[in-house]
Design a protein. Structure first.
Length: 114
């Protein structure tokens, strides 16, 4: 579930808490007459806060994997984050390739390295 959905869900909870009246297709509902709307609003807000905190926590705790790439021209390897737009700094306009994909496509190169 993405953050936008969670925030919209939270806003729904706040509307249950603070809106006095709902109008839908000509039907009016006075929420002040139903205290359970306030309880539902609080529950929705608490659930959405929990989900928002859990979502943010898991995103922050994810392991950041280094993506290694290789230049198919000069065979140099690089960390993708160190490159400018994925280009080899030595060969200039040559796009680097994910190293795992490169060795899948060129198994003979992997044998040479061993």
């Amino acid at each position: 579930m993405d953050r936008l959905t969670i925030v919209i869900f939270m806003l729904l909870g706040f509307s249950f808490l603070f809106m006095e009246e709902y109008n839908f297709r000509g039907i009016s509902l006075q929420t002040a007459n139903y205290p359970s709307f306030k309880v539902v609003g609080v529950l929705i807000i608490l659930i959405s806060l929990y989900m928002l905190l859990k979502y943010t926590k898991t995103k922050d705790e994810e392991e950041i994997q280094d993506e290694y790439t290789i230049c198919p021209n000069c065979k140099e390897t690089f960390n993708y984050d160190d490159l400018k737009k994925g280009k080899c700094p030595y060969c200039k306009d040559v796009d680097t390739v994910d190293i795992e994909q490169y060795y899948k496509d060129n198994p003979e190169e992997k044998e040479k390295g061993n």
